[in-house]
Design a binder for this molecule. Structure first.
Ligand code: NAP
Length: 293
């Protein structure tokens, strides 16, 4: 039987509607909408596009967004200065540093500058560390992994006690997803480029999260029948039939996987719409926390 599709778009729309209501209520109480500050360094086309998408999403829900766009040759001090200016601005409640930063910039030092209570991308080393520690709560969890967890919950299946396999261990996706699944009491295996016999690991997993960056890498035959499959991958592949000459595919071979899985996300239209929604949600949370009790 074909898997049920977990469609991220209606879930994201529903959440954005709730955020819009919360933004309006906040603005009425505080006299202005919550603000998101974005630091973009350099002229990478994909990063510029992500920043534009985030600004449009802010507009949709009524959040204010402010971007500091710095040239590629900016110094470490200038990048950190832009972050500190947002830290000190009471009209800015959330800060996002668009990654990747140019090679000469020390990313960890720049991210360390973000005030913990404005770290709406959950990327500050302290927030990531807290995510992995027993009995500690991060101020915010990162956007894409939070979206992944929301989509798994959409299935209504229990995470507690489930066997989960996360493929990928990056700081922004794989590692935090694995920590969040473990915090939700799944038994988690983290897979990466040196994992031996990946099909065997996946064949035992009730939940598979693929965050690899390799088009259609995971095959349906590797999956446990009925598994929940969340495909984070977003890979452009040549497609002469499309107007642009390319299309996006995930890290999972959708057609074979949908015959084995119980639930599966599509690319595009799965995790992607959730990522921005979680950023908006965290910004709203940061603003609410800034109100006097
Ligand atoms: P990344 O930093 O390049 O990490 C990729 C991970 O995959 C690494 O941990 C790597 O292992 C592992 N890997 C590579 N080849 C492998 C193989 N053959 N077998 C098993 N594991 C392998 O990528 P990322 O930033 O996490 O992004 C992953 C994907 O998610 C990309 O397609 C990206 O575009 C997409 N993404 C989507 C969203 C969204 O909102 N939809 C957001 C962020 C990222 P090692 O650690 O051993 O190198």
């Amino acid at each position: 039987m074909a898997a049920e599709i977990i469609d991220g778009r209606p879930v994201a729309r529903r959440m954005q509607e709730e955020i819009r209501t919360a933004v309006a209520a906040y603005a009425a109480q505080a006299g202005g909408a919550p603000g998101l500050g974005v630091v973009l360094v350099g002229d990478d086309a994909a990063s510029a596009m992500y920043v534009r998408m985030k600004r449009r999403a802010c507009d949709r829900v009524g959040l204010r967004s402010e971007a500091r766009i710095l040239p590629t040759e900016s110094t470490q001090g200038e990048v950190e200065g832009a972050v500190r200016a947002f830290n000190n601005d009471p009209a800015i409640h959330g800060i996002l540093v668009q990654l990747p930063l140019p090679e000469h910039i020390d990313e960890e030092a720049a991210l360390n500058e973000i005030s913990l209570n404005k770290d709406v991308d959950g990327i500050h080393p302290m927030n990531l560390g807290r995510l992995g520690m027993r009995g500690r709560e991060p101020s915010f969890t990162p956007a894409t992994p939070t979206g992944v967890m929301a989509l798994i919950r959409e299935t209504g299946r229990a995470i507690e006690g489930a066997r989960a396999a996360v493929i990928g261990r990056s700081n922004i996706v794989g590692l935090p997803v694995a920590l969040m699944l473990a915090n939700a009491n799944a038994t988690v295996t983290i897979c990466h480029s040196r994992t031996r016999d990946l099909p065997n690991v996946l064949g035992r997993a009730d939940i598979v999260v693929a965050a690899i960056g390799r088009p259609e890498f995971v095959k349906g035959a590797w999956l446990k029948p009925g598994a929940i499959v969340i495909d984070v991958g977003s890979n452009s592949v040549p497609d002469p039939e499309s107007e642009k000459g390319y299309r996006y595919v995930g890290d999972v071979e959708f057609e074979s996987a949908r015959t084995a899985a119980g639930y599966i996300t599509k690319v595009p239209g799965g995790v992607g719409p959730m990522t921005i929604t979680m950023l908006l949600s965290n910004t709203m949370k940061a603003a609410e926390r800034s109100l006097p009790a």
